[in-house]
Design a protein around this ligand. Structure first.
Ligand SMILES: Cc1cc2nc3c(=O)[nH]c(=O)nc-3n(C[C@H](O)[C@H](O)[C@H](O)COP(=O)(O)OP(=O)(O)OC[C@H]3O[C@@H](n4cnc5c(N)ncnc54)[C@H](O)[C@@H]3O)c2cc1C
Length: 396
């Protein structure tokens, strides 16, 4: 008996995962997505969809829905250590976004739209994850933590920067994680500041605190980032240690920081991590490949993580259409690596310069901000659009 339908298991259902599922389904794969969380996660901080990634969501038919969800951030105000204003500019001036074209949406609005586009065609297993992977000549045998065992033709890891699929396949994260010298913490708190569609950022050398009001709602995203030459390993497994470290680093800070630290103590959605990139010499091994942050997280300093996840997932699925996994994975790397490298290289050019670590560098940055034009550039950064998507050829 010959099997005609190829099968794929995708680990992770955030951005890269459902995008991969959508396109693999269109090239005739029977797709299963396993997600550790109990449901698609709504809410979350704002993310950007720019350049080439806009074409991915357009081809998926969700661009109009995302345009309706566009946040339309109007102002980014930088403050001195004493809370006085340095400059107030249009956010696109520093992010390289293009007015009227690029999108900024709540992360949950994007994941909801992606999930809705694929949920009727694909099997989702929430509240579960891969326990073991065993590759052989004819497939990959998988066992699940929730119990059960199945075989698939290919397994694709879209499970984020701390990918378990990557660890199972290639070993520990520290081989691939390039620490960029900062840690960050984000959480939501009550918007008692009257902020709307804007970000306010307080800076001291090596430290920044920001309030990000996505709309007129009564919540703001609070954000702390601070420089640390070495990774603070001891803080990672322990949320209490993370809160303690942030509170210590910002203990003497003024402006709204004391209230933000108080809110952080009670926040139930605190997310703390190191700022880093994943850089790997290869994104696949045998019948298993990685996409999105799992393979090439660029860090929030580039603002391109979401766009890379969308484009990378499209390229991976497109490369598998009409090819076996060996040729398909090679074509994926071939067609995508230059785009990934160009976007990871943005790290020195935009966001990183927003967080200078010395008083002199901060004064120079402030000077640059004061002299930026009021109108953002009409063209985005070349890296955002550095790949022209191939046409997708369904094979089912
Ligand atoms: C604070 C912050 C701010 C950011 N700001 C921006 C921004 O302004 N612009 C931008 O473009 N990007 C931004 N990003 C980056 C962006 O969120 C990521 O690049 C993007 O979400 C990557 O998508 P992904 O699908 O590859 O991985 P993720 O979104 O990380 O999704 C991974 C998924 O896998 C699931 N998972 C994890 N492990 C397992 C497992 N073992 N089994 C099953 N499921 C698993 C997770 O629950 C999750 O659903 C930011 C990130 C952070 C943390």
């Amino acid at each position: 008996m010959t099997r005609t339908t190829r099968t794929a298991l995708i680990s992770g259902s955030s951005i890269a995962g459902p995008t991969l599922a959508f396109w693999l389904n269109r090239c005739g794969y029977a797709v299963t997505v396993v997600e550790r969380a109990s449901a698609p996660r709504s809410g979350g901080y704002p993310i950007d969809v720019r350049g080439t990634a806009l074409e991915v969501v357009r081809r998926m038919g969700i661009l109009p829905r995302l345009r309706d969800a566009h946040i339309d951030l109007r102002r980014l105000t930088f403050l001195h250590e004493d809370g006085s204003e340095v400059a107030s500019i249009h956010p696109h001036t520093v992010t390289g976004g293009v007015e009227g074209r690029d999108l900024e949406v709540r992360r949950g609005d994007l994941t909801d739209a992606l999930h809705a586009a694929v949920r009727d065609d694909v099997e989702f297993l929430f509240n579960d994850s891969i326990a073991t992977l065993d590759q052989h000549a004819h497939g990959v045998d998988v066992t699940f933590r929730g119990g059960g065992a199945r075989s698939f033709d290919v397994v694709l890891g879209a499970d984020g920067i701390h990918s378990d699929t990557r660890e199972m396949l290639f070993g520990p994260e520290d081989q691939f994680h390039h620490y960029l010298g900062y840690c960050f913490a984000v959480f939501t708190m009550r918007n008692t500041f009257g902020l709307s569609h804007e970000t306010v950022m307080w800076n001291a050398p090596g430290r920044a605190a920001a309030l990000y009001a996505v709309g007129d709602d009564d919540a703001v995203h609070a954000f702390f980032t601070f420089a640390r030459p070495e990774l603070p390993f001891s803080a990672f497994p322990d949320p209490a240690a993370q809160r303690g470290l942030v509170a210590e680093v910002f203990a003497d800070a003024g402006w709204e920081v004391p209230g933000m630290l108080t809110a952080m103590r009670d926040a139930d959605d605190l997310y703390f991590d190191a700022v880093g990139q994943i850089r790997m010499p290869h994104w696949s091994s045998g019948r298993v490949a990685l996409a999105g942050d799992a393979a090439y997280a660029p860090s929030f300093l580039t603002g391109q993580g979401t766009s890379l996840a969308l484009v990378g997932a499209y390229m991976l699925a497109c490369s598998l259409a009409g090819r076996d996994h060996t040729e398909g994975f090679a074509a994926y790397e071939d067609g995508t690596r230059e785009f990934v490298s160009a976007n990871q290289a943005l790290v020195g050019k935009g966001g990183a310069t927003l967080f200078p670590t010395t008083a002199e560098a901060l004064a120079q940055r402030n000077d640059r901000l004061r002299h930026l034009g009021a109108t953002p550039p009409a063209q985005g950064r070349p890296a955002h659009s550095a790949l022209t998507l191939p046409e997708f050829t369904p094979t089912s």
